[in-house]
Design a protein around this ligand. Structure first.
Ligand code: AMP
Ligand code: MG
Ligand code: MG
Length: 313
């Protein structure tokens, strides 16, 4: 279609990522249906708990990276599951672009971005622990698009989101300067302060940071993608993760979507992470994400000595 050939590359990457996330989600559902998750442990000897990877993580990553590499051969793509075999079944290669997305006009600031300016950060299945434990509604597919250092665009797909019709799967996107799609924002309740946080990677320092907010409620769910969706849909005011552990592929897409909707995602000192191809993958200083809050005021609530200790131990 004519629009596909003339749209700036950022619009085509977004449109391809939207379509590809849908296919990755169907692969994730299919693996679950077989009942054989093919779990391996990715943790290293310093880790205190297992870091599972399943056949669904591996297959969804192969689908996403093979599809995006074929369309954008000179764009750098970094996936959570490392080097993938890109020789995939033909029906895993997604060729289409989301035409409705392409109908929109490209924000001026990204119009001239060149292939070498991009890094695509792929978390093919965010919330693997929850996927293996049956909390499938926490699972998301994350495709984050960075231009130079900044998280600019993102796709968050929920493979197990159930529509009233019974149909499964929902795609949410955000592009800074353009906006978001796929959901309707709901503001969190006034007169309360609700935190969403990890259910499986807590420790003493993290707990100390949580305590400093005096939250009226703390919700523990899996995945960075799902927690940011809770902010966007009014379930929580802040996402707090005061420990290292999550990686650039966990935060790139959520940061872009949240910020395209007016929220903020930074480390716990209030600084944005950089997303160029040479950054270290781990987010050493945790995550603080807010919607409709004074972000700096929340940073200041975490005791300085806690902030200093996170990532230094
Ligand atoms: P959580 O909030 O615990 O669900 O973590 C969000 C994302 O970061 C998930 O993809 C986790 O796998 C990842 N993550 C967080 N902490 C760790 C850790 N200590 N080791 C490995 N992955 C982690
Ligand atoms: Mg993840
Ligand atoms: Mg993952």
């Amino acid at each position: 279609m004519a629009t596909s050939t003339v749209s700036p590359i950022i619009m085509r990457i977004m449109a391809a990522s939207i379509k590809t996330s849908v296919k990755a989600a169907s692969i994730i559902r299919d693996v679950l249906k077989t009942g054989d998750l093919g779990i391996v442990d990715k943790s290293n000897k310093n880790d205190t708990q297992i870091d599972p990877q399943t056949l669904a993580d591996r297959s969804a990553q192969r689908c996403i990276i093979a599809s995006l590499t074929k369309k954008f051969p000179s764009v750098k793509i970094i996936g959570e599951e490392g080097d993938s075999d890109l020789n995939v079944p033909a029906d895993w290669l997604v060729e289409d672009l989301d035409e409705a997305f392409l109908q929109q006009s490209c924000p001026t600031e990204w119009k001239d971005a060149k292939p070498e300016d991009f890094v695509i950060w792929v978390d093919p299945l965010d919330g693997t622990a929850e996927y293996t434990q049956g909390f499938v509604e926490h699972v998301t597919v994350l495709i984050g698009i960075a231009v130079k250092n900044a998280a600019v665009g993102g796709v968050i797909h929920q493979p197990f989101y159930k529509h009233p019709s019974g149909e499964l799967g929902r795609t949410i996107w955000g592009l800074k300067g353009l906006g978001t799609g796929g959901f309707t924002q709901i503001l969190p309740p006034t007169g309360q302060f609700i935190i969403t946080t990890t259910r499986s990677h807590s420790n003493a320092l993290h707990q100390q940071a949580l305590n400093s907010f005096n939250a009226t409620q703390t919700i523990k769910v899996g995945g960075a993608g799902f927690k940011v969706l809770q902010l966007l849909e009014g379930k929580a005011h802040a996402y707090v993760f005061a420990t290292p552990g999550c990686k650039k592929w966990d935060t790139c897409a959520p940061e872009a979507v949240l910020e395209a909707q007016g929220g903020t995602l930074t480390d716990i000192d209030g600084h944005h992470y950089a997303y160029n191809a040479s950054v270290e993958h781990i987010n050493r200083k945790g995550v603080l994400a807010t919607v409709c809050q004074d972000h700096a005021e929340l940073v200041a609530k975490i005791p300085f000595e806690v902030r200093q200790a996170v990532g230094n131990k």
